[in-house]
Structure formats: C-alpha cells, structure tokens
Design a protein around this ligand. Structure first.
Ligand code: SDX
Length: 429
C-alpha cells in the first residue's frame, strides 16, 4: 500500500504520494502538484526541498553521519585511497584488484594536458586566483575534446571523459600555482601515484631533487577522500542543473568549480585561515572575535562554523581535527593558528548563540591548517577542495544523466509590477 498525504486547498482534498528512502528519509512527491492544484511550492534556498533521489551519498545532519555508497566516511578515510573512493562514488561499488589497477592506469596515462593550454595560462594575470584558472581551463576541455556524447549510449566515450577529467585537473591546478609563482611548470611523472604526482607538480623545482613526503601524501589522500562528495550541496546542485541541459561534463564541472569558489561554500577554507591569521595579528583575543560573530551589526562571521545540514558535528571536521594534530606532530610543525582554532571552537561550543543555532565546526574549519602545514598556499585551498569534490560532481552528473532526468527548470512566484503601458520618454517624470 503506497503511502500518501492529504492536503486541502480551498476546501478541496488532494492525495500526494510519499517517497521513503533506504535510510528512512521521507518526502512528499509534488511532481504533479501544479497540474492537480494550480499551486507550486516556494522554498528559497531549497532548505526543505529535495531536488532528486540519489544512491551516492547519505548524510544525517542531526546524527553527524556521512556514508559514500553505504560505506562510513571514517572507514574510507582510514583505509581507502582517493582514486579507489572516486571509483566507488562514480560506479557504485568498491573496485576489485584488476578494476582498480585498470582505473589507476587509465588515469595515470591521461595526466598530460594539450600544450595549447599553456597559451591560456600565459593569458592570465600573474596573481590570477587558482579557482578562476581552474574553472576556465576545465571548461576549455570541452573545446579540446568537443565530442557530444550520451553517457547511456557512448559508455566508453563517457569513461574516457571521466578518466581524462580526473587525470588532468590536478595538472591544471598545479600549473595554476606554478604560473602564479613564476616557476617553471612541472610535468606529471608516471612513477608517482595520484597524490604523489600532484605534490611533485606543485613543489618540485629544477634546482633540487624532490620526493613527496609519505606523511604529506597520506594527509592529502585523507583530505581528498573527506571532500569527495556531500550529496546535494551548492556546487553539486550546480553541476546537476547545468548538466541537465546536456552540456558536456567538462562545462558542468566548470560551473561547479565557480559555485564552490564562494566564501559561504568551498571558499570558506581560505577564509578560515585568513580569519585565524587576523585573530593572531590582533593579539589572539579569541573572545573578541566570538562576540563579533554574534553581533548582527558586525559583518564578521565565524568562518568554518555552521552548516546548512549538519546540526551536529560535521564528521569530516572531527577526522580532520585529529589528522591536524597527527600531521603537524609528524612534520614537527608548531602552528599557533591551530591553538587559536581549538580555543575558538572551545569557546563557541559553550556559547548560547552557537549552541542555540546548532553551529559547529564544518569541514573547512581545520582543513586549511593541514594544507598550510603540507605547504599548500592559502589561495590554493579551495582548488584543493575542488580536486577532492571532482569525483562527487562526476558521480552526481553521471547519475542524473543515466536516469535521463529532465532539464532543471524551477518555477517562481512573481511579485513585480502588474501589466502597464509603455510611456514615451517625453511623458515620463
Ligand atoms: C561547505 O552544503 C554542503 O554540504 C556544503 C559543504 C560541502 O561539503 O559541500 O559541507 C561545504 O560549504 C561548508 C560550509 C562552509 N561555509 C562557512 O563556513 C561559512 C560560514 N558559515 C555560514 O555562512 C553558514 O553557516 C552556512 C552558509 C554554512 C549555512 O548557512 P544557512 O544554513 O543558510 O544558515 P543561516 O545563514 O540562515 O544561519 C542561521 C543562523 C543565523 O542567525 P539568526 O538569523 O538565526 O540570528 O546562524 C547564524 C546566522 O547569522 N550563523 C552564523 C554562522 N553561520 C550561521 N553566525 C556566526 N557565524 C557563522 N559562521
């Protein structure tokens, strides 16, 4: 017996179907509401609206739970590799040995980018923000590889497109950094795995030998896994909406990169570090900044705090906080910003303002401290988030296209001027 709910509009009763997910989440299916009632719903910011069903990621904001294809994030962060987790998100199952070897090999073989891309790099100002470079060059891949494909019909071409994007984005990100430093670009080396290769391209200099530090490689692997997907967040919803017009995966991901750049979303990790540095520069008076964050008349927000969905601890923040201590200890780094962050968290979590609003540290609160410790410059932090989130964007785009979902086109409620006639220029006030 399918469940329904009843709504009564202007005295008339309507039955709407109820959808229940595998984790017990419930939704009222309003797909036919306007045809049935003439009404649409309004939910600015989609705080109560499900855009789709999805089998990729489950999160429970109240319980602080995050699963990728059913696997707890804590287990994947501890035991998996970023490319293995990417395979899981995109194809739905953990790969067996031969599948993983083929996946890693297919990606390793595609890390070079077309040399004509270097001309695009040369066109950017030296201080170009890496996210602007990443969005532009991700979209430019659609001009270098223009084939229009249907993921359901052109399965091999789609697999090629997916591996090409995962392989090339780290090269593009590392080149954006090197370009901003005025350093020679490093080409990928096939002897390295995904994380080693990125670190090599980011930090190697012709004047000295460079070998990636295993501690840093392990920290990067964990951070990328923790950022890999997060159901229908702002940038993923952007990728799905853009992709619903059947524009290429490259252009859909480029739209997601631009959305992630925002300071309320992925750009927060850069904002957190700049906030901690401002607190340090101001003398380390954490209480003063907590009060500023509570003051509605003060534009200051505690960056890295709060979340649309998590009304409990962000499980990723918990893992990253522990990793922070481990990585800094193993690298022998003593960063006073970590102590400021911990004190900020301690004070905020005892303050009624934050407790009442269920504001906890999110994924961005501690990640920047690890990135800084492993040598990633602040303006590259959000680019690191994009590299991590890429498999999630791809998986969600692929799910939307495989299910042949319609083009996304929300409705609205018009509140502007009602019909009026044109007034000649010489007759206006
Ligand atoms: C990410 O969606 C995802 O899954 C995103 C993400 C992912 O993996 O994709 O998890 C990644 O984007 C994490 C969030 C990174 N952003 C920040 O850290 C920026 C700081 N946080 C906020 O701006 C805010 O908390 C949001 C944007 C994250 C969530 O905003 P909401 O859900 O729209 O909540 P809101 O802005 O309506 O805030 C509710 C109340 C307000 O106070 P009142 O009007 O009720 O008095 O809480 C206050 C806000 O003023 N508030 C904060 C605050 N965050 C919310 N006050 C001070 N400092 C903050 N950080």
């Amino acid at each position: 017996m399918s469940k329904t709910v009843e709504i009564i509009i202007e005295g008339k009763s309507y039955q709407l179907p109820v959808i229940e997910g595998t984790e017990g989440e419930k939704a009222i299916d309003i797909s036919n509401l306007r045809d049935m009632t003439g009404y649409v719903t309004l939910d600015v910011g989609y705080k109560n609206t499900g855009a789709t069903t999805s089998a990729i990621t489950f999160l429970d904001g109240e319980a602080g739970i995050l699963h990728y294809r059913g696997y707890p994030i804590e287990q994947l962060a501890e035991k998996s590799s970023f490319l293995e987790t990417a395979y899981l998100l995109i194809f739905g199952e953990l790969p067996n040995k031969s599948q993983l070897e083929k996946w890693e090999s297919d990606i390793r073989r595609r890390t070079l980018v077309n040399e004509d891309m270097r001309k695009i790099f040369d066109g950017f100002p030296v201080n170009a923000h890496p996210m602007g470079v990443l969005a532009a060059l991700a979209s430019s891949l659609a001009t270098f590889y223009p084939a229009v494909i249907d993921p359901n019909r052109d399965v091999d071409a789609n697999y090629l497109r997916i591996t090409r994007l995962i392989a090339k984005l780290p090269t593009i990100a590392a080149w954006a950094h090197k370009n901003s430093q005025g350093h020679p670009l490093n080409y990928p080396k096939n002897k390295y795995n995904y994380c080693e290769n990125f670190l090599y391209m980011m930090f190697a200099l012709p004047v000295e030998d460079y070998e990636p530090d295993p501690v840093v490689v392990d920290a990067l692997n964990k951070l990328l896994i923790l950022h890999a997907d997060h159901e229908q967040n702002c940038s993923t919803s952007t990728v799905r909406l853009a992709g619903s017009s059947h524009v290429s995966l490259y252009s859909s991901v480029s739209a997601g990169i631009s959305s992630l750049w925002g300071p309320l979303h992925g750009g927060a990790n850069q904002e957190v570090l700049e906030m901690l540095e401002a607190i340090q520069k101001d003398g380390g008076n954490v209480e003063k900044f907590v009060e500023k964050a509570k003051d509605k008349n003060d534009g200051f927000r505690l960056m890295g705090f709060g979340h649309r969905v998590y009304k409990n601890f962000d499980p990723r923040a918990k893992i990253i906080k522990v990793a922070c201590d481990n990585v800094l200890n193993r690298l022998g780094v003593n960063d006073p910003l970590l102590e400021i962050a911990k004190k900020l968290e301690e004070i905020a979590l005892k303050d009624d303002y934050f407790v009442e609003r269920k504001l906890y540290p999110n994924v961005d609160f501690y990640s920047g401290i690890i990135y800084k410790a492993i040598g990633i410059p602040t303006d590259m932090f959000t680019a690191m988030f994009a590299l991590g989130r890429l498999p999630g964007w791809i998986a969600q785009w692929y799910e939307m296209r495989k299910e042949k979902q319609p083009i996304g086109r929300p409705r609205q409620i018009y509140t502007g001027a009602t019909q009026r006639d044109y007034v000649a220029l010489d007759k206006r006030g």
